[in-house]
Design a protein around this ligand. Structure first.
Ligand code: PPS
Length: 499
């Protein structure tokens, strides 16, 4: 269809995962797929793991649009069935010629059909590293190609496995770096790209390509899709990093576990090294723990250039922003403990401290809000947002609202995490009876007398946290002890420097 015919076509900006799929469709990485799947293919896929024409295919590749947009199309008329797909800024990337449309969920329609590139189709970060499968196949020397999907940083054991496999196969190495979403360890694509490049001089000659692969969360199917994409890029042998698979695509090599031999500093098969000379590769948790505490990753395990990138991406906890979030019933002692922590850290700590106290927040930030679920959720959202901003700038925010709902607390945690900060949830679990006896503000008495409604713990819910890092009870601890318990925890876990 000529482009003038697209002038009147509606435009739509797909979600990031759909845009990633779109790019893989346009570049041919999803060959033989040429568009988003329609119902016939989706049904066949669900029933038999194959497309309607019998081609094996691991995963649905789908596009959803608003109902109003889908209903405006006339599928029988080639001039009225296209949608222009744009990037986030609204620039056109491609057009889909819709040949199937169906309701999926409230207000949304699935659409299937061929996609066609508009302009150079480029969008998203890492443009310089993105190459189409055809471009890459062109670059590759003839012969075998060992593919590695580098979804984690490459440390010495992985590098040794790559070198060994490349040597055994006499293969050229092609490293595919998935940049569609954060990796399994939560590493951003940017960090992943930087760490993989930092390992480049420790690899046999290799071609590196960024590919917008997005994981769907089903390990086996995700691995099968990666194998398909790797095959499109010319990979003949794929070094597996996780789940094992067969069928379609390149041959998959399952590497044996390597260990460090401290007699000569070589990495070799674990079982070829006597146990007393053997050092096992560090687990991801061990690596994170070292970084969190500010220890250098050991050179026997990680090339210094890779270690440097990782330390840069994950500075020690004591240098990161932090949100300490105390939750508990009214009168549980949250504010008193929070003030104690704040006082202590203002005197001795390295961060600026912002105390987001309940009363102050309700006056300054949440004036006008009441105590309905909606208002409480909004209150916690606002507190969470401010706290995350404080922590983004490496400060410390201490919050002490009741925060009775788990979901709202989770949102606050998420916002802090996205800001690159720590989040420590402290459940101040003083029993209701004790809070009620204290009744500093007389609210419990009023609630019992039916004078106020919706009092947390009386006739309004409090969802006990299951994800608290710490639980304290001020009916069995003095204020000083409670403050001490929190400070000890923060010191032991590396968030606060010991003084
Ligand atoms: S929430 O649920 O997190 O939004 O609540 P929060 O902002 O922490 O406000 C709690 C304080 O408001 C007073 N108050 C009530 N609490 C609970 N339920 C009802 N219905 C209610 N009405 C007023 C109460 O004094 C709380 O203060 P604290 O410091 O927790 O005792």
């Amino acid at each position: 269809m000529p482009d003038e015919m697209l002038r009147d076509a509606p435009a739509y900006n797909p979600r990031p995962g759909e845009l990633a799929d779109l790019e893989l469709l346009l570049t041919g990485a999803y060959a033989p797929l040429t568009g988003f799947l329609g119902r016939a293919d989706l049904t066949a896929l669900q029933r038999r793991g194959r497309l309607a024409d019998g081609t094996p295919w691991p995963l649905p590749v789908t596009l959803e649009v608003p109902e109003s947009l889908a209903l405006g199309l006339v599928l029988e008329d080639p001039a009225q069935r296209s949608i222009v797909l744009t990037d986030q800024e609204g620039a056109p990337i491609a057009a889909i010629e819709v040949d199937d449309a169906w309701p999926t969920r409230e207000g949304r329609f699935g659409v299937g059909g061929m996609v066609r590139q508009i302009g150079d189709g480029r969008h998203g970060p890492f443009q310089r590293l993105r190459r189409t499968p055809a471009e890459v196949r062109e670059l590759l020397p003839p012969g075998r190609v060992l593919g590695v999907v580098a979804d984690r940083p490459l440390h010495r054991p992985q590098l040794a496995q790559i070198a060994h496999a490349a040597r055994t196969l006499a293969a050229h190495v092609l490293i595919l770096i998935p940049v569609g979403d954060a990796g399994p360890g939560g590493l951003s694509p940017e960090v992943l790209v930087r760490t993989v490049f930092a390992a480049r001089d420790r690899m046999p000659p290799a071609t590196l390509v960024a590919v917008p692969l997005v994981r769907r969360g089903d390990e086996i199917r995700d691995a099968l899709l990666r194998a398909r994409v790797a095959a499109a890029y010319g990979v003949t042998h794929l070094l597996s990093t996780g789940e094992m698979l067969s069928g379609g695509g390149p041959r998959v090599l399952v590497p044996r576990e390597l260990a460090y031999d401290n007699r000569d500093g070589q990495w070799r098969w674990r079982d070829d090294i006597p146990p007393r000379n053997r050092r096992l590769a560090l687990s991801n948790d061990e690596i994170d723990d070292l970084l969190d505490r500010g220890f250098p990753l050991p050179e026997w395990h990680t090339p210094p250039a890779v270690a440097k990138e990782l330390a840069r991406a994950r500075p020690p906890r004591r240098q990161r922003g932090l949100v300490v979030f105390l939750t508990g019933l009214s009168g549980s002692g949250k504010s008193t403990v929070a003030r104690g922590i704040a006082d202590h850290l203002r005197e001795t700590g390295d961060r600026t401290v912002t105390l987001l106290d309940g009363d102050v927040v309700r006056r300054e930030l949440s004036a006008g809000l009441g105590f309905s679920k909606e208002d409480r959720d909004l209150n916690i959202r606002r507190i969470g947002w401010v706290a995350a901003e404080v922590a983004r700038h490496r400060g410390m925010a201490i919050c002490c609202p009741i925060a009775p709902y788990a979901e709202a607390r989770r949102t606050a945690r998420e916002m802090a995490t996205l800001a690159g900060a720590g989040f420590v949830l402290v459940h101040v679990a003083t029993p209701l009876e004790v809070c009620e006896i204290r009744d500093r503000k007389g609210l419990y008495a009023k609630a019992r007398a039916g004078l106020i409604k919706g009092m947390t713990g009386i006739d309004d819910p409090y969802e006990t946290p299951r994800d608290a890092e710490l639980t304290i009870d001020t009916s069995t601890l003095s204020v000083d002890e409670a403050v001490g318990t929190v400070l000890d925890y923060l010191t032991e876990t590396g968030w606060v420097e010991p003084k």
